[in-house]
Design a protein. Structure first.
Length: 430
């Protein structure tokens, strides 16, 4: 059990260079399997899933070098031997995005029967299986493995997703590049990290139309080359540090090269009386004296924060706004339209003295502004929930303990040193 000890109560102040987005880095790493040319990736964070993919590539026969200090990863898949076998890493949902590249290279890939991930509720792989079958793959179960097989080049296809799933969209795009002809996906996910994967593929020579929209067309069959690509800052991490300024009464600036992604996020901060300024490549939030939920013009309706696929507020950011709701004077309804298990952790907030009400598996009301006290709380295996608990603890005078806080390391390798540099005392413990 990994714990975080947080001694809070001080306004956090300073400047932060955020890391790259885990949800951009992992699909890009998986997509490198499409090329035999050398690839260089920069600003690669040292996180658990990157380490797993790095080790898997090495075991497969790829030539991989990772300068962790410089955050540079070089990859050459041309050294994978003929006849290599691939059983994908366990405990990592991103494994499923390596299947298109492995099918194109080896004709077969094996995946554990239950792909792991955050504790957010049911996350089925049926949409992915539908994608692979649409591109000609045979899917079967052998013992504890799901086995995917294909023979030769396949033809382009068209698919309309029931739900705008990020990983399903990414798997369709990667699969389409290995097929002959034009493919099209309707109701595609368009999150910034999906757009970043597409930008990387275009740098390799992929021909895509509709990047950043709900309808993407892909020209497949062409040989893809190498690339030298630098990952941009993680918009989740940028928003999180801005929220830390708001919740602690601080003043934090975060490097941000894509402020165009923040219009709705800024509007959501404003619902709590906090305002973000974007200037010269930086985003800054100076906390108001008191966070207060802003009243709707339609005064009999409660203020809401609704999370759904982009361009809604991302479900991954909902916990940090729940932390603001706990601190801000007034009532807020939070609506997670994506995961049925995304709000069950609210009971831990009561240990801090917070008043919340779970309406159903998808909706939570916070009654904020109460005096909070230090506490020992336990985080579920959800990255942003562990961070939300840390945010609340950082806003309270005294020492709190967050048990099972290790999910933070899955996405943010420097998060604790960064927050420590802003003025809060945080330590890892066992």
């Amino acid at each position: 059990m990994t714990a975080l000890y947080v001694r809070g109560g001080q306004p956090l102040k300073g400047k932060i260079d955020p890391s790259a987005n885990k949800n951009a880095v992992l699909p890009v790493l998986c997509a490198t399997l499409l090329s035999d040319a050398p690839i260089t990736l920069r600003n690669v964070p040292e996180i658990t899933d990157v380490t797993r993919i790095h080790d898997f590539f090495g075991a497969l026969g790829s030539t991989v070098n990772w300068d962790k200090a410089a955050k540079v990863l070089t990859i050459d898949h041309s050294t994978i031997p003929a006849g290599a076998k691939a059983t994908l890493p366990q405990a990592m949902r991103a494994s499923i995005m390596m299947i298109p590249g492995l099918l194109a290279r080896l004709g077969e890939a094996r995946l554990e029967n239950e792909v792991k991930g955050c504790t957010l509720g049911a996350r089925e792989i049926d949409p992915h299986v539908a994608v692979f079958k649409a591109f000609g793959a045979e899917v079967s179960t052998e013992g504890k493995d799901i086995v995917f097989r294909t023979r030769g080049k396949t033809k382009g296809t068209r698919m309309w997703l029931e739900y705008a799933s990020v990983t399903t969209t990414e798997n369709f795009i990667i699969s389409a590049l290995t097929a002959n002809g034009t493919s099209q996906i309707v109701n595609a996910a368009c999150e910034p990290h999906v757009q970043e994967m597409c930008a990387f593929l275009e740098l390799m020579g992929a021909r895509l139309k509709g990047k950043g929209t709900s309808m993407v067309s892909i020209e497949g069959g062409a040989e893809l080359g190498g690339a030298d690509y630098t990952f941009v800052e993680d918009f989740h991490e940028i928003a999180t540090f801005l929220a830390l300024a708001a919740v602690t009464g601080g003043d934090i600036s975060v490097r941000n090269s894509q402020p165009e992604n923040f219009m709705l996020i800024d509007q959501t901060f404003a619902k709590f009386g906090a305002h973000v300024e974007h200037k010269d490549g930086w985003s800054r939030l100076i906390a108001p004296e008191q966070l207060e939920v802003q009243q709707n013009f339609t005064s009999h309706l409660i203020t809401k924060v609704e999370a759904a696929p982009w361009p809604y507020i991302p479900a991954d950011l909902l916990p940090i706004f729940i932390a603001l709701g706990v601190k801000a004077k007034g009532q807020t309804m939070f609506w997670n339209k994506v995961y049925e298990g995304g709000l069950t952790w609210h009971t831990e907030l009561s240990l801090f003295g917070a008043h919340t009400l779970l309406c159903d598996p998808h909706r939570l009301i916070t009654f904020g502004g109460d005096r909070l006290v230090p506490a020992t709380v336990t985080s579920p295996y959800i990255i942003r929930v562990a961070i939300a608990m840390l945010m609340v603890a950082a806003s309270i005078d005294g020492e709190s303990t967050i048990l099972d806080a290790d999910p933070i390391r899955r996405a943010h390798p420097n998060f604790v040193p960064n927050i420590d540099s802003l003025g809060v005392n945080v330590e890892w413990g066992d």
